[in-house]
Write a new protein. Structure first.
Length: 487
């Protein structure tokens, strides 16, 4: 099928049902955007100074407010060649904030984009600049949810709980995010409703991750450190091979100064360190950290192990210091410029809307559908707990006069999980109309997708071969099964 959009050349789309239809369609769309990448104005004329690549072009008359800030009226937007008008917030590269005024104008603040004429001062920036002089571009990937390698980047899922007092080293708090430390500092980690505004983030946040210092570590020993870690599975990291990555995130910290974000391989023998600055105390700030991947040397995992560890460092002793802006052949994950954000019990550190994507330009934060994000989290940690009182976990067979075996199934996990069962007395067995509370339980035959749960009861109330149910103790929802396959 051949379709013409506006001023664009003809494009041949694959027919649905043919071999590799999905891949062929994506390739056709990418080829089509090569035309649009050149950024045409509202008459279809080519705009100068724009590098061709798969972009969605956004153009329009601009009034500059500063070297990186300007406002636009109703703006013509090219999306695969089709022109539409918008007067609301526009997703743009390096978006810091945007807001539509009552007059229909949109104020857009950018990072990493400046005037095409190369001006570096604010002089004359209130003068209108024509559409030909300015082009805003958004990568096509910004329109596709799921481009981030971070799972639970919006910090919605906290299946282990929402408050962790005096959290231990290595403890996972929000799903997929772990607290790490060595030293005398003590922190509480909580799910916080203190979140960046839409204007600050360019997206809606529901929660943030709050690290609250309750015991200070004023004099850092050489081995001391504190960080929030996220581990990307090798399968998800493999697509970054031969490419670069960018980490946009919102941060709010009490202590201002230089902080480090680090990227470490599976062998912890290659680490890239980036510095960023917290400029204003207790204020949400949007940061972008770029990393060019160098796979020379070191141990890398592109399967179901740790592909890449991302660290947001709060403090680091000298044993952990390395050089910023390059791949260090060591486990160093901070520089000597890193502040000690653990030196005062007044210090807080917060993260929100975390994303990690291919390329060196950040796109607006997008969320996957809720149920998809939930399933992705459950690959690493899953809680099986029927929500209703007397909820049933499964059915099984009496293998003894006092043992009920039930097979528990779940979506495939990263590896055979560690199974943690609530107390046996939180489970009831119902067999042949008789109900008996559990006196013992155990897990066996554990695999990525199922295990066998054996629940024992006192006495010998049942007959071998009878079928029965395993459920919450009558009137409660206290029984639970936790499955953990974290990296």
């Amino acid at each position: 099928m051949t379709t013409t959009y506006g001023n664009t050349p003809q494009m041949t789309l694959p027919q649905k049902g043919e071999s590799n239809w999905g891949d062929n369609l994506l390739n056709a769309l990418k080829a089509q955007t090569d035309f649009n990448a050149q950024a045409h104005d509202s008459t279809g004329a080519l705009l100068s100074g724009v590098t061709a690549s798969p972009w969605q072009a956004v153009t329009g008359p601009v009034t500059w407010l500063s070297t990186t800030s300007f406002k636009v009226p109703e703006t013509t937007v090219f999306i695969t060649g089709r022109k539409v008008k918008v007067s609301q917030a526009i997703p743009v590269i390096g978006l810091v904030s945007s807001a539509t005024t009552a007059s229909g104008e949109t104020t857009v603040i950018l990072v990493g984009i400046s005037r095409e004429d190369g001006a570096t001062t604010s002089a004359g920036l209130t003068d209108p600049i024509s559409a030909v002089a300015v082009s805003l571009v958004t990568p096509l990937s910004a329109l596709i949810a799921g481009d981030s390698a971070i799972i639970n980047g919006a910090l919605k899922f906290w299946n282990r709980g929402t408050s962790f007092v005096s959290v231990a080293d290595g403890k996972y708090t929000a799903d997929r995010f772990a607290y790490r430390k060595s030293g005398t500092m003590v922190h509480d980690v909580t799910r916080s409703t203190d979140i960046p505004t839409l204007a600050e983030a360019g997206a809606i946040a529901e929660y943030s991750l709050l690290v609250d210092c309750t015991t200070a570590d004023v004099s850092m020993a050489v081995t001391d450190f504190s960080s929030i870690d996220y581990k990307i599975e090798g399968y998800d990291f493999a697509r970054f091979v031969g490419r670069s990555g960018v980490l946009p995130f919102l941060v709010k910290a009490t202590k201002t100064g230089t902080y480090c974000a680090a990227f470490q391989n599976s062998g912890a023998d290659r680490t890239f360190i980036s510095e960023y600055t917290v400029n204003t105390a207790d204020t949400w700030e949007l940061k972008f950290v770029q990393v060019p991947f160098d796979y020379t040397g070191g141990t890398w995992d592109f399967t179901n192990g740790t592909g890449l560890t991302i660290k947001w460092v709060l403090a680091a002793g000298t044993n952990h210091h390395g050089t910023a802006g390059q791949w260090n052949s060591s486990a160093a994950f901070a520089t000597a410029n890193q502040v000690n954000a653990c030196d005062n019990i007044a210090n807080n550190f917060q993260l929100a809307l975390v994303k990690f994507e291919m390329g060196n330009i950040a796109t607006p934060f997008t969320e996957r559908p809720y149920q998809i994000e939930k399933i992705l989290c459950e690959r690493y940690f899953n809680v099986i707990k029927p929500s209703a009182a007397n909820g049933v976990f499964g059915t099984g067979t009496m293998v003894n006069t006092n043992y009920l075996d039930v097979d528990i199934f779940y979506p495939e996990m990263r590896s055979a999980p560690t199974v943690t069962l609530s107390a046996a007395t939180t489970f009831d067995t119902e067999v042949g109309g008789g109900i008996n509370t559990g006196s013992s339980n155990s897990a066996a035959n554990i695999s990525k997708t199922c295990f066998r749960l054996r629940t024992g009861v006192a006495g010998t109330p049942y007959a071998v071969g009878q079928c029965g149910e395993l459920r919450h103790v009558a009137g409660t929802t206290n029984a639970s099964i936790q499955l953990e396959a974290e990296l």
